[in-house]
Design a protein around this ligand. Structure first.
Ligand SMILES: [Zn+2]
Length: 172
Protein backbone atom coordinates (compact mmCIF):
# COMPACT_ATOMS: atom_id res chain seq x y z
CA UNK A 1 0.00 0.00 0.00
CA UNK A 2 1.15 3.53 -0.66
CA UNK A 3 -0.32 6.76 0.50
CA UNK A 4 -2.45 7.89 -2.41
CA UNK A 5 -6.00 8.93 -2.71
CA UNK A 6 -5.93 12.23 -0.85
CA UNK A 7 -4.03 14.91 -2.61
CA UNK A 8 -0.99 12.77 -3.20
CA UNK A 9 0.07 10.77 -6.18
CA UNK A 10 -2.45 8.11 -7.08
CA UNK A 11 -1.07 4.66 -7.51
CA UNK A 12 -2.87 1.45 -8.36
CA UNK A 13 -2.79 -1.35 -5.85
CA UNK A 14 -1.88 -3.85 -8.49
CA UNK A 15 0.27 -3.22 -11.49
CA UNK A 16 0.18 -5.00 -14.78
CA UNK A 17 -2.40 -7.44 -16.02
CA UNK A 18 -3.91 -9.84 -13.58
CA UNK A 19 -4.89 -13.30 -14.64
CA UNK A 20 -6.33 -14.39 -11.34
CA UNK A 21 -9.25 -16.62 -12.27
CA UNK A 22 -10.90 -15.92 -8.94
CA UNK A 23 -13.26 -13.04 -8.67
CA UNK A 24 -11.37 -10.36 -6.79
CA UNK A 25 -13.06 -8.88 -3.77
CA UNK A 26 -12.45 -5.34 -2.67
CA UNK A 27 -13.38 -3.20 0.25
CA UNK A 28 -13.22 0.57 0.47
CA UNK A 29 -10.87 1.55 3.33
CA UNK A 30 -12.98 4.62 3.92
CA UNK A 31 -16.67 3.73 3.73
CA UNK A 32 -16.40 -0.12 3.96
CA UNK A 33 -18.37 -0.58 0.74
CA UNK A 34 -17.58 -4.03 -0.64
CA UNK A 35 -17.33 -4.68 -4.33
CA UNK A 36 -16.99 -7.95 -6.10
CA UNK A 37 -16.36 -6.88 -9.65
CA UNK A 38 -15.11 -3.54 -10.81
CA UNK A 39 -16.54 -3.17 -14.28
CA UNK A 40 -13.98 -5.65 -15.52
CA UNK A 41 -11.44 -2.86 -15.88
CA UNK A 42 -8.69 -4.12 -13.59
CA UNK A 43 -5.54 -5.29 -15.19
CA UNK A 44 -6.09 -3.28 -18.32
CA UNK A 45 -5.49 0.08 -16.80
CA UNK A 46 -2.95 1.65 -14.52
CA UNK A 47 -5.60 3.90 -13.11
CA UNK A 48 -6.34 3.24 -9.48
CA UNK A 49 -9.85 2.08 -8.85
CA UNK A 50 -11.70 4.57 -6.74
CA UNK A 51 -14.64 3.68 -4.55
CA UNK A 52 -17.90 3.95 -6.45
CA UNK A 53 -19.71 4.79 -3.28
CA UNK A 54 -17.64 7.55 -1.64
CA UNK A 55 -14.98 8.33 -4.23
CA UNK A 56 -12.07 7.32 -1.99
CA UNK A 57 -8.90 6.95 -4.05
CA UNK A 58 -8.19 3.23 -3.76
CA UNK A 59 -9.72 -0.06 -2.77
CA UNK A 60 -8.22 -2.82 -0.67
CA UNK A 61 -8.21 -6.33 -2.07
CA UNK A 62 -9.46 -9.13 0.14
CA UNK A 63 -8.79 -12.79 -0.45
CA UNK A 64 -12.00 -13.84 1.24
CA UNK A 65 -15.15 -11.94 1.79
CA UNK A 66 -15.56 -9.90 4.93
CA UNK A 67 -18.57 -8.11 6.31
CA UNK A 68 -17.60 -5.27 8.63
CA UNK A 69 -20.02 -4.37 11.40
CA UNK A 70 -21.96 -1.09 11.34
CA UNK A 71 -19.59 0.51 13.85
CA UNK A 72 -16.39 -0.97 12.48
CA UNK A 73 -13.70 1.51 11.45
CA UNK A 74 -10.91 0.69 9.02
CA UNK A 75 -7.30 1.80 9.24
CA UNK A 76 -5.00 1.18 6.28
CA UNK A 77 -1.32 0.70 7.09
CA UNK A 78 1.89 0.25 5.14
CA UNK A 79 4.17 -2.76 5.52
CA UNK A 80 5.69 -1.29 8.67
CA UNK A 81 2.30 -0.82 10.27
CA UNK A 82 2.29 2.94 9.76
CA UNK A 83 -1.10 4.52 9.14
CA UNK A 84 -1.83 5.53 5.55
CA UNK A 85 -5.55 6.19 5.76
CA UNK A 86 -8.21 6.33 8.42
CA UNK A 87 -11.74 5.41 7.41
CA UNK A 88 -15.14 6.46 8.58
CA UNK A 89 -16.05 5.22 12.01
CA UNK A 90 -12.57 5.41 13.48
CA UNK A 91 -13.25 8.83 14.92
CA UNK A 92 -16.46 7.63 16.54
CA UNK A 93 -14.56 4.70 18.01
CA UNK A 94 -11.37 6.40 19.09
CA UNK A 95 -11.80 10.16 19.03
CA UNK A 96 -8.81 10.41 16.71
CA UNK A 97 -8.92 12.27 13.43
CA UNK A 98 -6.97 11.04 10.45
CA UNK A 99 -4.36 13.76 10.96
CA UNK A 100 -3.70 12.43 14.48
CA UNK A 101 -2.77 9.03 13.16
CA UNK A 102 -1.29 9.41 9.67
CA UNK A 103 2.30 8.23 9.52
CA UNK A 104 2.28 6.78 13.03
CA UNK A 105 2.55 3.12 13.85
CA UNK A 106 -1.05 2.01 14.31
CA UNK A 107 -0.14 0.12 17.47
CA UNK A 108 1.44 3.20 18.97
CA UNK A 109 -1.14 5.70 17.71
CA UNK A 110 -4.06 3.77 19.16
CA UNK A 111 -2.05 2.08 21.95
CA UNK A 112 -3.27 -1.26 20.66
CA UNK A 113 -2.62 -4.19 22.93
CA UNK A 114 -3.71 -7.76 22.51
CA UNK A 115 -5.16 -9.65 25.44
CA UNK A 116 -2.60 -12.30 24.73
CA UNK A 117 1.00 -11.16 24.78
CA UNK A 118 1.20 -11.54 21.04
CA UNK A 119 1.39 -8.72 18.54
CA UNK A 120 -1.28 -9.60 15.97
CA UNK A 121 -0.29 -6.66 13.76
CA UNK A 122 3.29 -7.91 13.50
CA UNK A 123 2.16 -11.50 13.01
CA UNK A 124 -0.21 -10.58 10.21
CA UNK A 125 2.42 -8.44 8.48
CA UNK A 126 5.17 -10.99 8.89
CA UNK A 127 3.22 -14.04 7.80
CA UNK A 128 0.83 -12.39 5.37
CA UNK A 129 -2.16 -14.04 6.94
CA UNK A 130 -5.39 -12.56 8.08
CA UNK A 131 -6.30 -12.72 11.74
CA UNK A 132 -9.90 -12.39 12.77
CA UNK A 133 -11.48 -11.62 16.10
CA UNK A 134 -8.37 -10.52 17.96
CA UNK A 135 -9.44 -9.27 21.39
CA UNK A 136 -7.51 -6.09 22.03
CA UNK A 137 -7.63 -2.84 23.88
CA UNK A 138 -6.97 0.61 22.55
CA UNK A 139 -6.62 4.00 24.16
CA UNK A 140 -9.04 6.58 22.89
CA UNK A 141 -8.02 10.20 22.52
CA UNK A 142 -9.79 10.95 25.78
CA UNK A 143 -7.32 8.61 27.48
CA UNK A 144 -9.88 5.95 28.29
CA UNK A 145 -9.10 2.37 27.44
CA UNK A 146 -11.59 0.55 25.24
CA UNK A 147 -12.08 -3.13 24.56
CA UNK A 148 -12.16 -3.74 20.84
CA UNK A 149 -12.02 -6.59 18.39
CA UNK A 150 -9.51 -6.35 15.56
CA UNK A 151 -9.63 -8.10 12.22
CA UNK A 152 -6.37 -7.86 10.31
CA UNK A 153 -5.97 -8.28 6.56
CA UNK A 154 -2.59 -8.30 4.86
CA UNK A 155 -2.35 -6.49 1.52
CA UNK A 156 -1.54 -8.66 -1.45
CA UNK A 157 -0.02 -6.03 -3.66
CA UNK A 158 3.74 -5.69 -4.07
CA UNK A 159 4.02 -2.93 -1.52
CA UNK A 160 2.48 -5.00 1.24
CA UNK A 161 0.62 -3.45 4.12
CA UNK A 162 -2.30 -4.15 6.32
CA UNK A 163 -5.95 -3.30 6.74
CA UNK A 164 -6.95 -3.10 10.39
CA UNK A 165 -10.67 -3.32 11.17
CA UNK A 166 -11.54 -2.02 14.62
CA UNK A 167 -14.89 -2.89 16.16
CA UNK A 168 -16.32 -2.24 19.61
CA UNK A 169 -16.01 -5.54 21.44
CA UNK A 170 -19.70 -5.69 22.33
CA UNK A 171 -20.50 -6.09 18.66
CA UNK A 172 -18.55 -9.22 17.99
ZN1 LIG B 1 -15.91 4.19 -0.24
Amino acid sequence: MRPNGRGGERRPLTRGPRYDPLMPLYICPNCKQRSVALDGAEGFSDEPVACHSCGFGFLFELMEDYYPGPNTGLVTCDREGRVLAVGRGVYELSGFEETDLIGRDVREGLALKAESDQDPVALSLEWGVRRLGEAMTMRARSGSEKAIVCDLFPAYDDDGGLLVALSPSNES
